[in-house]
Design a protein around this ligand. Sequence first.
Ligand code: DOR
Ligand code: ZN
Length: 347
Amino acid sequence: MTQTLTLRRPDDWHLHLRDGAMLQAVLPETTRHFARAIIMPNLVPPVVTSADAAAYRARILAALPPGADFTPLMTLYMTEQTDSADVVAAHASGLIAAVKLYPAGATTNSASGVRDMARVQPVFDAMAEAGVPLCVHGEVTDPDIDIFDREAVFIDRVLDPIRRRTPGLRVVMEHITTADACAYVRESDGTLGATITTHHLMINRNHILVGGIKPHYYCLPVAKRESHRTALVELATSGFPYVFLGTDSAPHTQANKESACGCAGVFSAPVTMACLAQVFDEANALDRLEAFASLNGPTFYRMPPNDATITLERGAPLDIPASLETGEGPVVLFDPGRPVNWHVTKA
Ligand code: DOR
Ligand code: ZN
């Protein structure tokens, strides 16, 4: 039985760092294990222009813990006013790694997102031409569509039509949660990639709803039934080259989660690598964890993998602290509710 695992240092291809006191508190939880992360732009107000991204990047760099070797990969939040020239120049200069598409109203701070995809078609065209990846929150917002069906419907009604209209556009379908999305990405010709979160590999909707409502398991897209979770585990552990880790670690204060209208988001950054080793171990796929966490993402984003390494060891069950103190109040950590026998021992 493998007891020790050394991997190239992983990257997180979907991360929420927030700003101010929250940024200060959560950033070290990512830099401890990860070399780079795609930084989500859904601040209030959102990061919409290259000037916004440059300023946010400077705030992240100023908040780095001493000695940290970490590169934030910035994104722009697409609106119906997004300027193609600004996007292309920001990507060419290395300031941004991608543009994020939120359908308006799909999730936290998405009100300025896109309502009418036809309005941003010129931006998609410019991005395809310049090789700028598009990160997509893949859920429709139509009130008639059941929340558990919103991802599958998005593929048919929105994502596939965008990809057909925009040959060459490189798209990352983020935080996929369904067997439908797994099947869709398995047909990729290389222009479509997908990220999977740690928590969607470990919980299904029963974990949220059975035996009392568990707000700390609530995120968007919401976890689906068990057959979808097993499809995600099969894909993540398969070695398939266009699927990679995006934690979607999304801190909210305990007060904002434990509320009559609780925020969506799971804070998983501190425990992600240990949890992933557990998942891959249970699937007899420890030898494929490096592809998922450290190799496939850089290949898709056309970046070199990291040279540094991290080491994990199997041992006694991981002791997961209940919460992280932040200047805005405690943030509860993701705890899968079952033993995690892996620990990061060198990073
Ligand atoms: O659960 C989520 N939380 N899903 C998202 O898409 C946004 C995120 C957040 O910003 O809290
Ligand atoms: Zn997210």
